[in-house]
Design a protein. Structure first.
Lengths: 780, 48
């Protein structure tokens, strides 16, 4: 008989035997909604664009409590942050919104930033939009708080484009006109063209070049600070003045074409830079995003739903099961369990009751509670942590400061040299002026000043996307220099939890597993959970009734279970007696299972190695890293782990206290990889402290790197990234320096005309920026 | 040579039109998102 595994029509997940067509109510709803609106074209598109049945698509997750109050209406164009989009077919679907909802005039999706931009023909309730999108399986969050910021950023971009457009217009026309001069035009027609050139240049001089005056000249006048834009600003002003003089009293040597070309090309580079910077600053870090828009607040009449932004200190809020707390507060009513793992990393929920404090970002796991707000936004514990993180990452690294200083020195040097040239050739003012212009234009200190922060911050950004949280650009510089890695054992190389490693053959035969399951299901102890997990994974079965659970004095549990003949039998699960002849690789916990006094089965539990650790460490060894294992655990445990992963005994230290570990690290220059919870002192003593577990709070404060997603398996990626960044930085800076040396020498010798300079310099600036941005993705 | 009196203003006019087109494109947000339009091209025409 042919058994074909059916798939859900919407998300392509495998269907359970009793399901037809859909795996859940959510998928069925989406399918029906789409069909009703004649949008089932979506499925065909999805297949064309993404690929057929093998891919499983995310299921829609809609929660009624996420819908906002019906009172908020939208009229102005609004941006939304959209979650749940996974392909181009989703783009198509969402952009059909105007056909489904007439009040929406246009809908535009931006896949790369996951934003949705809506404009409206009539006011429409926010709730209506969000619920429709939710029914389709997408979660939309209006960027209310960030809307202003978004608008300003957009305005800035548009203004820059306008400047570029004007500069392009002027340069193009100016170059056509100046061609005639180069061809030898003289006389009345020449004068007419000169006037025209001046007129065409004015928009560039007054409007397009404005940013250079701002950052070059005004800054100098206000703060005495020599910036990389100063030579450009000066060239522009002096070049214009000189050209006007030439027009009326001189030899008709004009520079309008060169100057406008300079402005146009430089603005293009700056635009690329602006977009990159806005993207770095603008994108919310998905890891820290709280997906809540509205909460339930208590007032005199009862409870109402209010937007999160309206909460103030002193409000009483109500939180249901599985809701995230949006502010710090004190419980006033109810009791529950709270999952604090975001902050502390503790996986076991803690009990809270009236009078206890709860924190923003933690999750209410059990019952409805009411709490009174004590702190919001930046003043919450989470807010302070994030502020610390941002503070660190925005500090300038040594490299950035050095690069900026270098750029400033270069600018000042170039200006002095140009002035010197001017003085040198004072008897031939035309020649002098031409050389002066060429030199001050051709030098490119902006390459130095821009490339370094750009490369470092883009690198940090890229790391973040891969789940590597690097606190400070300095760390990227330090990592390639270290060749020793110190590893913690528990939680770093091993899972850190109890897991069943092995069970005897008799374990799954007859009623042994069923009896064990019956007894262990009653307990919340990690050992019990591990055993229950193990049984359900390998031979899933239902829990049968048991009786008289007792905890034995020597450790272990006992109870009574009915057997096939309906008789109560006594079962015991006990730790095995210590066997001095046992091999060195003794598991942590060795349990024996007895029925009515006879041993029936055995089971071994221990802390299993994280899968993939051995390969990861081999990878690192191949790259030439020296690995050490330091742990507070017993000799046998450490040795067995070291042997499994291939760390030589000479590099293993056991029964280390935190002070011992710290002492070792102060002695050796090394990277330390450890559990963020237990190894904080040690991690802060290491040259680079890499944490693989634990909550946000301590990690952000004490550790240099936090490997959030896959822990130690990402270590090769981290070192790879750091060396790549370093190589890119060295390459880019070398190029910038080399260019400057060459170009300045040639200009001093008079081999470069101002026009040539006006083209060369922006090209090199553009190349440096393109290298910085593109180098992130190329194989460097 | 006098034909230049016609050509030069004409050249400026044509380039102003290009500038105008550029500004219109910028204002209607065509330069905001450079990635999604690549996907949009692949959608077929709908019979609406």
């Amino acid at each position: 008989m042919q058994t074909q595994i059916l798939q859900c029509k919407h998300c392509h997940d495998d269907l359970l035997p009793d399901q037809t067509d859909f795996c859940c109510a959510g998928c069925q709803t989406v399918f029906n909604v789409l069909s009703k609106h004649n949008l089932d074209r979506y499925y065909k598109l999805r297949e064309d664009l993404v690929g057929a049945p093998e891919s499983v698509f995310p299921k829609p997750q809609i929660s009624a409590s996420d819908l906002p109050d019906a009172e908020v209406y939208l009229k102005e164009p609004t941006d939304f942050y959209l979650q749940g989009m996974h392909c181009a077919a989703c783009v198509w679907l969402i952009e059909q919104l105007p056909f489904v909802m007439p009040e929406v005039e246009t809908a535009r999706v931006d896949l790369s930033t996951q934003k949705l931009y809506l404009t409206f023909s009539q006011p429409v309730a926010l709730a209506k939009i969000i619920s429709l999108l939710a029914h389709w399986g997408y979660r939309a969050t209006p960027l209310q708080q960030a809307q202003q910021h978004e608008d300003l950023a957009r305005k800035e971009r548009r203004l820059m484009l306008l400047r570029i457009g004007v500069a392009a217009f002027s340069s193009g026309n100016l170059m056509i006109l100046s061609l005639s001069f180069y061809a030898g035009l003289t006389g009345a027609m020449a004068f007419y063209f000169e006037i025209l050139s001046l007129l065409l240049f004015l928009p560039v001089f007054c409007f397009s070049a404005w940013p250079f005056y701002q950052q070059g000249l005004f800054r100098l006048l206000k703060t005495g600070y020599v910036s990389a834009d100063l030579p450009i600003a000066l060239s522009l002003v002096l070049g214009t003045v000189g050209s006007v003089y030439e027009m009326f009293w001189g030899n008709h040597q004009l520079y309008f074409d060169s100057l406008s070309m300079l402005v146009f090309l430089l603005l293009c580079s700056r635009y690329l830079l602006l977009r990159t910077q806005q993207r770095i600053l603008g994108q919310a870090h998905p890891h820290f995003k709280l997906p809540v828009t509205h909460v339930i607040r208590k007032n005199l009449e009862g409870f109402t739903k209010v937007p999160v932004e309206h909460i103030v200190v002193g409000d009483t809020l109500r939180f249901f099961k599985d809701q995230t707390f949006v502010a710090d507060g004190v419980i006033t009513e109810g009791h529950s369990r709270v999952d604090q793992s975001l902050l502390t990393g503790e996986p076991y929920p803690i009990k809270v009751a009236a009078g206890d404090t709860v924190f923003r970002g933690t999750v209410n796991q059990q019952n409805v509670v009411e709490m009174q707000v004590t702190a919001i936004n930046e003043n919450t514990r989470l807010g302070k942590i994030l502020a610390t993180a941002r503070h660190f990452s925005s500090q300038k690294s040594r490299w950035i400061r050095a690069a900026e200083k270098g750029a400033r020195l270069l600018s000042a040097g170039v200006l002095l040299a140009s002035g010197f040239l001017l003085a040198l050739f004072w008897q031939q003012p035309q020649l002098a002026f031409s050389r002066f212009l060429a030199l001050s234009i051709v030098a490119c200190p902006c390459g130095l000043a821009l490339a370094t922060p750009l490369i470092l911050h883009l690198s940090l950004r890229g790391a973040l996307k891969s789940g590597l949280f690097i606190k400070h650009p300095n760390i990227i510089e330090t990592i390639p220099r270290l060749k020793k890695i110190v590893l913690d054992k528990t939680g770093t190389l091993t899972q850190g939890v109890f897991d069943v490693l092995w069970s005897s053959e008799s374990f799954f035969s007859s009623e042994v597993a069923a009896a064990v399951l019956a007894l262990e299901s009653q307990s919340r102890h990690p050992v019990a959970s591990a055993i229950v997990r193990y049984i359900q994974q390998h031979h899933p079965q239902t829990v049968v009734e048991m009786n008289d659970l007792q905890i034995l004095a020597s450790g272990g549990i006992s109870g009574e279970v009915l057997n096939a003949k309906n008789e109560w039998q006594n079962w015991q699960i006990r730790p095995a007696a210590y066997n001095p002849n046992a091999s060195q690789e003794r598991p942590r916990l060795h349990l024996e299972i007895f029925c009515e006094g006879t041993k029936r089965a055995e089971i071994h539990l221990g802390d299993a190695l994280i899968s993939g650790v051995k390969e990861t460490l081999n990878n690192l060894k191949q790259r030439g890293y020296e690995l050490f294992l330091l742990s507070g655990d017993t000799r046998s445990a450490c040795v067995s782990v070291a042997q499994s992963v291939g760390i030589p005994l000479s590099h293993v230290r056991w029964q280390q206290s935190p002070e011992d570990k710290a002492a070792f690290l102060q002695h050796e220059k090394a990277m330390m990889v450890g559990d963020g919870l237990n190894d904080l002192t040690a991690l802060s003593c290491a040259e680079v402290g890499i944490s693989v577990r634990g909550g946000l709070e301590e990690n952000v404060k004490q550790c240099d790197v936090y490997l959030a997603e896959k822990g130690i398996l990402q270590l090769p990626l981290l070192v790879d990234m750091a060396s790549r960044t370093r190589r890119l930085l060295v390459f880019t800076l070398s190029f910038a320096l080399l260019y400057n040396l060459l170009a300045i020498s040639l200009a001093i010798c008079g081999l470069i005309t101002p026009l040539a300079a006006a083209i060369l310099m922006p090209l090199s600036a553009f190349f440096v920026i393109a290298l910085s941005v593109g180098g992130q993705t190329w194989k460097f | 040579m006098e034909v230049l009196i016609l050509f030069v203003p004409l050249a400026i006019l044509v380039s102003s039109m290009f500038l105008g087109a550029f500004l219109w494109a910028s204002r209607s947000g065509q330069f905001e998102d450079l990635e999604t339009p690549a996907h949009r091209v692949l959608f077929d025409e709908l019979e609406r």
